[in-house]
Design a protein around this ligand. Structure first.
Ligand code: ADP
Ligand code: MG
Length: 611
């Protein structure tokens, strides 16, 4: 097992549970594997396939995923192919005959095709195992439900002796049980790995106005001048406006959403995979078919609808295990809009509950990673140390006695007969003559202007905290008007005291720093930060860039995405080890025999130049 891991994939050790899964498959058990995105699920069935006689048949939901996997395997010298509608008839004939001759170790196939082929091709092949990747597609509870998957129960029926491996990153119990039932698995061994992705940093920026958001996003991207990232937006329109904004600033960015013609979507995805586009601004429609390992940042321009979706989306960063950054922008306006969607949806209770959990993450004043892991059923000691890689851990919030501020706000709400929205309350507190204020004659209230000393955006933040603490509710079905709760009345009338968290104005200090760096002028404006690959490759920066350029050249020559030739992680290993011979090159983690022979000379030549 260890030999095959090194020979084909170039890795020295297994990730958690990989070895255990392979052992069970080799013993002939059915297995269910739950691992987070980037956890290393593919190796579980790929190494099993390499260790057994015959061909492993892998059911995969998307052609782009099959293509990626097949290219990756072939790049490591593993005979693999895919049967799908993108192939020409001639290609498919060739693939079929190599299947029948037993030349392939892995065959990728769509569920529709598989079901058609069971009585023909599949019956005539020598099969080592079945793998069902992205197995949540089978479940009506999974978010990518595909009705065609429902017939996969045929596998167990037709091939009672052949082990089935089901793999997914969707960890909830309902989905898991549905997978087992639908596939008719016989007494499967279930492996659930930790869902923690410690290399992803977590950060929430709340209450940013559009301009501040744009500036913060540019700051993030400028810290990764040579690396790719994704920006998730709530609406199609926003994906386009954000992409336009980035283009204006000289960043190669595209929009991606379901409203674009298929060719345009494919091109965007392809350009991103091949490192021709730096940033994709997308709706949640983007990402399912993408295994790109060198995504360095994922930004949520708007609040997502649920933690499941959010976790899957940020999971697309840092699959190679290198430090990667995730940032969520959270505003009350998003929360109000999403609540409205949830209230109007078919599954009102469920969707509201999911949104509340997402809100809990965004508003947390304890370690954010703990909130995520708790959500997935991994309970950590609430008093234990935090993760150290989220904004709360790095910079714990400080509090002050907010009773008077709260009373001002609640009083404004009550005096306006609880007929006002967050925005109007802010206008009343600040003493702004907005149209709503004049229309409701709120400028005659005693509370008009009592909060002039607090900036609007801080009021937004305090109101958000009051909402979170249950002092008032938002009536989403009544023009988003604010309604006091019993707890709110206690603070307003009964003198209950309450703390508020200090609002952070980090972008102020950032602006100062930026000015400073501009004044210095000798240093380039946008240096890589300590958190990026540049850091661990510190001192190797030039070599890293030279290797990256070589990788791109080799990839383009073969029509591969660069990460198929080598991941960022492997480039970094090369920078650290600096092998001077092809033999030494082959020993570096991530280089298997095939890549050693194929690329050894080229890489060693560049590395020698730097030594
Ligand atoms: P998943 O399907 O679970 O999302 P993948 O199978 O695509 O994850 O693996 C994610 C990344 O982890 C890939 O770049 C893969 O090469 C790498 N990887 C997997 N197993 C190992 C290992 N044992 N050692 C080092 N890297 C690994
Ligand atoms: Mg996968």
């Amino acid at each position: 097992m260890q030999n095959i891991l090194k020979r084909y994939f170039g890795f020295d050790s297994f990730r958690p549970l990989q070895k255990e899964v392979i052992e069970k498959v080799l013993e002939g058990h059915d297995v269910v594997v739950l691992m987070p995105t980037g956890g290393g699920k593919s190796l579980c069935y790929q190494i099993s396939a390499l260790m057994k006689d015959g061909t492993a048949v892998v059911v995969s939901p998307l052609i782009s995923l099959m293509k990626d996997q097949v290219e990756g395997l072939r790049a490591n010298g593993v005979p693999a192919a895919a049967l799908n509608s993108l192939n020409s008839e001639a290609e498919n004939v060739m693939v079929r005959s190599s299947c029948l001759r037993g030349e392939l170790k892995l065959l990728y196939i769509s569920p529709e095709r598989l079901v058609l082929e069971i009585p023909y091709l599949i019956r005539d092949m020598k099969i080592s195992l079945f793998a069902v990747d992205e197995a949540h597609c089978i479940s009506q509870w999974g978010h990518d439900f595909r009705p065609e998957y429902a017939q996969l129960g045929l596998l167990r029926q037709t091939f009672p002796e052949i082990p089935i491996v089901a793999l997914t990153a969707t960890a909830d119990r309902l989905t898991r049980e549905d997978i087992q039932t639908q596939l008719v698995l016989s007494d499967p061994v279930v492996f659930i790995s930790s869902f923690d992705r410690p290399n992803l940093s977590l950060e929430v920026k709340r209450g940013f106005r559009k301009k501040e958001k744009d500036r913060a996003i540019l700051d993030i991207i400028n810290r990764y001048p040579n690396d790719c990232g994704i920006i998730y937006c709530l609406s199609k329109k926003t994906t386009e406006s954000v992409a336009d904004m980035l283009s204006v600033h000289g960043i190669v960015a595209v929009a991606y959403h379901a409203g674009l013609p298929a060719e345009e979507r494919e091109k965007a995805q392809d350009d991103f995979i091949h490192d021709r586009v730096q940033v994709v601004c997308a709706t949640v429609a983007f990402g399912m078919g993408i295994d790109k390992s060198n995504v360095r940042f994922v930004i949520h321009y708007n609040l997502p609808k649920s933690i499941e979706g959010f976790y899957q989306e940020i999971g697309r960063a840092g699959r190679d295990g290198l430090p990667s950054e995730t940032v969520l922008f959270y505003s009350l306006a998003d929360l109000v809009q999403l609540s409205k969607f949830a209230m109007e949806s078919g599954q009102r209770e469920i969707n509201m509950e999911k949104l509340r959990r997402m809100q809990e993450y965004a508003e947390s004043d304890v370690c954010r990673r703990r909130i995520l892991l708790n959500y997935f059923g991994e309970y950590t000691d609430a008093h234990g140390a935090g993760c150290g890689n989220c904004d709360v851990c790095r910079n714990p919030p400080s509090c002050f006695d907010g009773t008077v501020l709260i009373q001002k706000a609640l009083s404004a709400i009550v005096r306006a007969d609880e007929q006002v929205s967050v925005r109007t309350v802010t206008d009343i507190l600040r003493g702004n003559f907005s149209p709503e204020v004049t229309k409701g004659h709120y400028d005659t209230l005693k509370t008009f202007g009592v909060g002039r000393d607090v900036p609007s955006r801080d009021w937004q933040d305090y109101l958000m905290q009051m909402l979170q603490n249950g002092l008032f509710e938002i009536a989403y079905d009544e023009g988003n008007h604010l309604k006091l709760t019993d707890s709110g009345r206690k603070v307003l009338y009964k003198g209950a005291r309450m703390e508020l968290a200090v609002v952070r104005r980090e972008e102020k200090t950032q602006r100062k720093e930026r000015k400073l760096s501009r004044l210095k002028a000798v240093t380039p404006l946008f240096e890589k930060s300590e958190m990026t690959i540049g850091a661990s490759a510190a001192g190797h920066k030039e070599l890293f860039e030279a290797l990256r350029a070589l990788r791109k050249k080799l990839a383009d020559a073969q029509g591969f995405p660069p990460y198929i030739v080598m991941s960022d992680k492997v480039l970094q290993n090369l920078c650290e080890v600096r092998p001077q011979t092809v033999e030494a090159f082959g020993l570096v983690s991530g280089i298997g025999d095939f890549k050693k022979e194929k690329y050894g000379n080229d890489f060693v030549e560049v590395i020698r130049r730097f030594s």
